[in-house]
Design a protein around this ligand. Structure first.
Ligand code: ZN
Length: 498
């Protein structure tokens, strides 16, 4: 009997349900797990069992046969996208032998602990052999998929379909040329400004504030939550979106901007078409597109003067004493503080992209054999000097700072910067299409922007890749021009008049 689209859809939704259970388990692990339960490894076993189950069923010949049957049928445009994307996922999943997947996962778990220990002791040499093995496994993975001659392209495409070394180099080279002198100018001005420390902000009041902000941006709490976790993240799907943040009484902006960032991810998830849940049309288009959605709310919206004109009175109402010696201008400067910092996750939005370019250039050199693992710390420091104008004091603040490589997540960093490029370009286009956006922000209204993003980005799911989406949404090819213009227009006047 021929397979119907309905039964195929039901099958896809079964895989999705299993993946959602897995995602909920890891959310629970990071939010709720009692400390001794964490050390029992029970949760790790549960997650491993589930992902093995999904992988086994997805790659089972029965499913492949169903897919082939549907591929032979006449289908509409939506279905052709679903079939194209399921085929891509299935081909990749079947090409990786399960023995290899298990070996890689096991090494990632060992390597994580070796990296963590090396970072705490500032001892890169003790981590180098594990990283060497991770790199080799990553090359093998690329070869299995068919990228033996250009393994780094595979890792870039894995995070952002359609992207490769050539296309990203073109974007980043252009960005770097404009950004290094611009960052220098802004840093020079910023170094002359003394900024107040924001200390003594009770956590319960911070929570009240960020919930009000998230709700006003459009986050639907009737199908989403915000909890506390060590590292902020967003998981779940449109029907049940889970965000996290963290609180520090002496850094209220960390929890606030962490929450706005994750709210942006959450708004994307909540905006994906519910009609297509469980299929590629109900899933995000890739890491960079996801990141563009978090960054546009965090930076273009959350750090704008219009946003603070509306929210400052409420912020002062909640923290009257802590803010009593801080003027409006000072508060806005702290929100937009720019400073040299060796640590990527602490970097401001002006210098952040240079941190990403540093990693992209090093990953390329590692994959094409120009750089040995043992040479990595020196190469890191040299690039930091060239791009950021600083040399980290030690490897803990340099080459050992990020968790990504320990799990083999090569090719992940560029997505952050590509997301920033897209965010700036979307911001320009949204303002051209919806002239009321700025005025609305002064009044604490964000509906026009959210609706615009829903139409141009969210509703497409995986229909378009990063470059296609950028061009369709903004009528321009993805480039660094909008980001450079945005950074210049926000930061130069701010610091020139201080
Ligand atoms: Zn993010």
């Amino acid at each position: 009997m021929p397979v119907s689209k309905d039964s195929f859809l039901a099958q896809l939704r079964r895989f999705d349900a299993l993946s959602q259970i897995s995602s909920l388990l890891s959310w629970d692990e990071q939010v709720n797990l009692p400390p001794n339960a964490a050390s029992s490894k029970q949760r790790a076993t549960q997650c491993a069992e589930l992902s093995e189950l999904v992988h086994r069923e997805f790659t089972h010949p029965d499913f492949e046969e169903k897919l082939q049957q549907i591929e032979g049928q006449e289908v509409d445009e939506d279905w052709s996208v679903i079939l194209r994307e399921v085929r891509r996922d299935l081909d990749r999943a079947t090409r990786l032998p399960s023995e290899f997947v298990a070996r890689k996962a096991e090494h990632a778990s060992v390597s994580y602990h070796v990296w963590k220990d090396a970072r705490s002791r500032n001892d890169f040499a003790s981590y180098a052999p594990a990283l060497e093995k991770t790199l080799n496994l990553s090359r093998q993975e690329a070869a299995f998929i068919g990228f033996e001659d250009n393994p780094y392209d595979y890792h870039l495409d894995k995070h952002d379909p359609g992207m490769d070394v050539a296309s990203i180099s073109m974007l980043f080279d252009e960005l770097q040329t404009g950004l290094i002198p611009l960052a220098e100018r802004i840093l020079e001005l910023a170094e002359k400004v003394t900024m107040p420390e924001l200390v003594g902000y009770p956590e319960d009041k911070q929570e009240i504030f960020l919930r009000e902000v998230a709700q006003s941006l459009g986050f639907d709490f009737s199908r989403g939550r915000i909890d506390v976790a060590v590292h902020p993240f967003c998981s779940g799907n449109a029907a049940d979106t889970r965000l996290t943040t963290r609180y520090n009484v002496n850094n209220p902006l960390d929890s606030l901007f962490g929450a706005i960032h994750e709210t942006g991810h959450g708004l994307y998830e909540q905006g994906l078409p519910s009609k297509w849940w469980g299929t590629p049309l109900g899933e995000a288009a890739g890491m960079a597109v996801h990141e563009s959605q978090s960054r546009i709310w965090e930076n273009q919206v959350g750090r704008s003067q219009a946003f603070w004109n509306h929210w400052e009175p409420r912020f002062r109402e909640l923290f009257p004493e802590s803010l009593s010696g801080v003027s409006s201008k000072q508060l806005y400067l702290v929100v937009n503080k720019v400073a040299r910092n060796p640590i990527r996750v602490e970097a401001d939005e002006v210098t952040y992209n240079l941190h990403v370019i540093l990693r992209f250039e090093l990953e390329q050199a590692l994959f094409n054999g120009d750089l040995k693992i043992t040479e990595l710390p020196d190469a890191w420091n040299a690039k930091a000097e060239k791009l950021l104008g600083l040399t980290p004091d030690n490897d803990t603040e340099g080459v050992l700072q990020d968790v990504h490589w320990s799990s083999g997540a090569f090719g992940y960093f560029p997505s952050y910067c590509l997301g920033n490029l897209l965010a700036a370009q979307l911001w320009d286009a949204a303002q051209q299409d919806q002239s009321s956006i700025n005025e609305d922000m002064e009044a604490g209204q964000y509906k026009a922007l959210l609706t615009w993003l829903g139409d141009k980005v969210h509703r497409h799911g995986r229909r378009l890749n990063l470059l296609q989406l950028a061009e369709l949404a903004t009528s321009q090819k993805l480039s660094s021009q909008a980001l450079l213009k945005y950074l210049e227009s926000r930061y130069l006047p701010l610091y020139e008049t201080t």
